[in-house]
Design a binder for this molecule. Structure first.
Ligand code: ZN
Length: 285
């Protein structure tokens, strides 16, 4: 059902076209009827907030749902972005990944995998690329999750802006995630990924770097379908850049000092409770 809704709405907020969105019940959700496809539309975080605050009326939503801006404008306007019918280049800092459209449904590019868990992923559906990203804290608790372009989890106070095709999550000076959409290019400009004490930072200047070992990965190009695979991978996937991570950041901070501990001492049992919140593993139907 999600797939049909995405398609109908033009893979973006029906009002402003923003590519990261939430599913919204036009008439409110009713338990008796359940989810009815035609009553669900896509609204971005900003438009959703305006709708709740009465700045966008239900009629506006209905009108836009009938004529989603991305369907009307195609991909011409700079803020209405969708990635369709062709290869895309994903820029992770200074690294470039060429994702090819193979003409069949379901190509998945795992951009970053930490301990077997994809935290940055691109999946192709009917020629449209869908982005998933998981930003957690040191205890594996989710701060922001984007699941196939849907904003599924965001801690209350997190700021999210979309200006000139740039999505920024968190404070502008130190964003948790900053993505620039410029089809056919997608720029992961800033990000901080942490999972099981593996810390990966992405910046425009440095590329992809791990503070753990001060490793910098910069200026590389690939078309692998598993790109960066760090830590232990139960699925035994390889990767363009495969790296074990024998020391981890302890989630317990000692006097403000970030401490590294051996992988075997990482308190997995204490933090595994956070995994219950996680819904990013399976593609939605
Ligand atoms: Zn919107």
């Amino acid at each position: 059902m999600a797939k049909a809704i995405r398609k109908r709405c033009g893979y973006g907020c029906v009002i402003c076209g923003k590519p990261i969105y939430e599913y919204h019940h036009i008439n409110g959700y009713r338990k008796e009827t359940g989810h009815i496809e035609m009553e669900i539309t896509l609204l971005c975080d900003g438009c959703h907030r305006k709708e709740r605050g009465g700045l966008i009326s239900r009629d506006d939503v209905v009108r836009s749902d009938a004529n989603p801006i991305n369907r009307t404008n195609g991909r011409s306007a700079p803020d209405q972005v969708w990635y369709a019918q062709g290869p895309v280049r994903i820029h992770i800092g200074t690294n470039t990944i060429h994702a090819n459209y193979f003409g069949d449904d379901g190509v998945t590019i795992l951009l970053l995998v930490l301990d077997g868990r994809p935290v940055l992923r691109l999946r192709e559906e009917d020629g449209i690329w869908l982005l998933s990203a998981r930003i957690s804290d040191a205890w594996n608790r989710p701060l922001v999750q984007i699941h196939e372009n849907e904003l599924v989890y965001l801690v209350e106070e997190t700021d999210i802006t979309f200006v000139g095709g740039v999505l920024t999550v968190g404070p502008g000076s130190h964003p948790m995630l900053r993505i620039k959409f410029r089809p056919p290019d997608l720029f992961i400009q800033e990000a901080v990924f942490v999972w099981n004490g593996i810390l990966v930072m992405i910046s425009e200047k440095k590329g992809l770097h791990r503070i753990n070992k001060d490793l910098v990965i910069s200026g590389l190009q690939t078309d692998f379908q598993v790109v960066y695979n760090f830590g232990r991978d139960p699925a035994n996937r390889g990767g363009f850049f495969r790296l074990g991570v024998p020391t981890r950041f302890s989630p317990v901070e000692l006097e403000g000092q970030v401490r590294e501990i051996p992988e075997s001492m990482f308190p997995l049992e204490d933090i595994s409770i956070a995994e219950r919140f996680d819904i990013l593993d399976e593609p939605s139907s």
